[in-house]
Design a protein around this ligand. Sequence first.
Ligand SMILES: [Zn+2]
Length: 437
Amino acid sequence: MCISPNEEEASHRKAVIDRLTAKYRKALEKELRISGVTYDDIEEMAQKIGEDTKRSIEDESIQSQGCGYEGTRVTCPGCQAIGRYRGRRARHVISLSGFHRIERSYYYCGLCHRGWCPLDRDLDLPISSEATRRVRALSARFSSYLPYRLAAQELSEVCGVELSATALQGYAKVIGEQVEREWARQTHLASERKVRPSCEYPDKLQMSMDGVMIFVDNDWREAKVGAAYPLNADAEAQTKQARYYATLERSSIFGKRMQVLAHQAGSDHCCKLGVVGDGADWIWIESGKYWPRSVQSLDFRHLGEHLWKVAKLRFGEGSAAASEWIEQQEAYLMEDKAESVLASVQSWRPRKPEKIEERRKLIAYMLEHKKRIRYKSIKEAGYQIGSGVIEAANKTVVQARMKGAGMRWSFKGAQVMLHLCAARHSKGFENFIPYAI
Ligand SMILES: [Zn+2]
């Protein structure tokens, strides 16, 4: 009797299911206890049986692929000459269910001196790594929370996957670089006006940017951080809906990426856009390039810091007069009366050079940002005059991972980590699996 390929496959599949069911039954018979157990016992038992079952499914499924034997002579995928069978080679794969040994048929081409295993191609196994895509993606995720050594410990504790800190660092690097490439690709598409429409439709969109110093290559460097988020939500929802970008690159590159970030957050479907930032020139240069019609605001707290410097020098540190003066100036600012604040500062005539300089700086600062400190109008238009989102991002996206005790970063290492941290915090990010190439 002749058996069709479909029947053969069905019978093979049935045999695998039978073997797996038998293993599952055996595990249940060994582990399952139904009397005299606490919830902790039940949980531990379910965990153990589940882990064993997952591992069996993986092992059986891999074994049922065979070893990729395609005959003694096959066409070389590199040069199309004839490659010869050279026996079996074992390799190891670390998956979420642990360590697996896989036997594969090995072929070698004498013409181009290339060796290969067809099973690696069939299973889409990585060429240079032992870990599966999921494990590498998780490694990058854990590494974006914790230093590599601790991340390796947590990965072992939480997922039962044993990897070295160096392996984690390697996976995080590859994935971070891939995220970076994706940013470059999106930026290129945006420059060619070929970027796909976003899926977001915010009523109003707020952009926020800031700089944070981190220690890179034995020096302090500024990491630029940007966030884009809809304004039709409360503060907590804004943080949840925010998308982030962080980099050590120069501001012109940062600006281009921010244009992509704004697009992802729905700037193509929204003409009401606000930008909030401190006094750093690059923020306003880049905003002017990409969102010339946006409502710009100088972070209220930053201006407040400048006012306080003058108040302390003019009225004395900790004095009631200083606090009263600040209160009055802030009230003026909230009524769009920046000229009253300016008049008050200009009426001060200090003699000491230090005080003269501080007075000059504040006046220049206020004049430079004149249109950005009309806080009443900006608030009434529904935009922010300060950004809790970017302030939180400085800490959570950048400092939490980049500024730990004794942490040293190379430029490249810091760059890939900033990409991982910003992606992980961003809305729409699910996991790093698509980047684990
Ligand atoms: Zn060849």
